[in-house]
Design a protein around this ligand. Structure first.
Ligand SMILES: [Zn+2]
Length: 203
């Protein structure tokens, strides 16, 4: 669309001068992990965690055809993509990749790195509906939080490529920082609290 191209060009000129998009991907765990703790026997840790990060796998493949890192967002950053292909990718990882890797670690190390808050997080989901809920909450939360931290989000793709971006402090690094700082503190605190604890299966 010509109109949106013009708008994009203007934003691009503007953004390259004062806004450097930063990798925000792991910070999305700062939302996913507290959600997991709400019902840790029901929610699936890996579906939530990968769900919260998976949309960003499209950034590097899209980069050559995008104007900048900040604009390298497409179908995986849309609401439709979050509820379809993103969840499919998360399921493939959670059901087929994580369990064998977890078994390998359990065979080769005595460290209980597969335990988070007393839960073996490398096991495949046993309840598909909770797995679906976990993956969906993760992927949707990513797409929604990006609206407040990134300046290009085609969340209504394929209906329209219209950008939806509500940066609290405009296209500046501060807009990302106000999410990165609290989410970073949550992630570090939860790692110290739950990932470094000795294995206590009954907890
Ligand atoms: Zn993203």
């Amino acid at each position: 669309m010509l109109i949106s191209n013009n708008i994009l060009s203007e934003n691009y000129t503007y953004s390259t001068t004062i806004y450097i998009p930063m990798p925000f991907t792991p910070f999305h765990l700062g939302f996913a992990w507290p959600v997991f703790m709400l019902k840790k026997r029901k929610f699936h840790f890996m579906c939530l965690s990968f769900g919260a990060m998976i949309p960003d796998i499209e950034i590097f493949p899209l980069l050559p055809s995008s104007m900048s890192l900040g604009y390298a967002r497409g179908p995986l950053h849309s609401l439709l993509g979050a509820l379809t292909i993103d969840i499919l990718i998360v399921f493939i990882i959670a059901y087929f990749f994580v369990p064998p890797i977890g078994r390998w670690f359990k065979r080769h190390t005595k460290e209980k790195i597969h335990i988070f808050a007393g839960v073996d997080v490398t096991k495949a989901p046993t309840d598909p509906m909770w797995a679906l809920a976990s993956a969906g909450i993760g992927t949707l939360s990513h797409v929604i939080f990006d609206i407040f931290t990134h300046h290009f989000n085609p969340i209504f793709w394929p209906y329209t490529n219209m950008n939806v971006s509500w940066l609290i402090f405009g296209p500046t690094f501060t807009s990302s920082l106000i999410f990165m700082i609290p989410f970073g503190i949550i992630i570090l605190s939860m790692l110290l609290l739950y990932w470094t604890k000795p294995h206590r299966p009954k907890l």
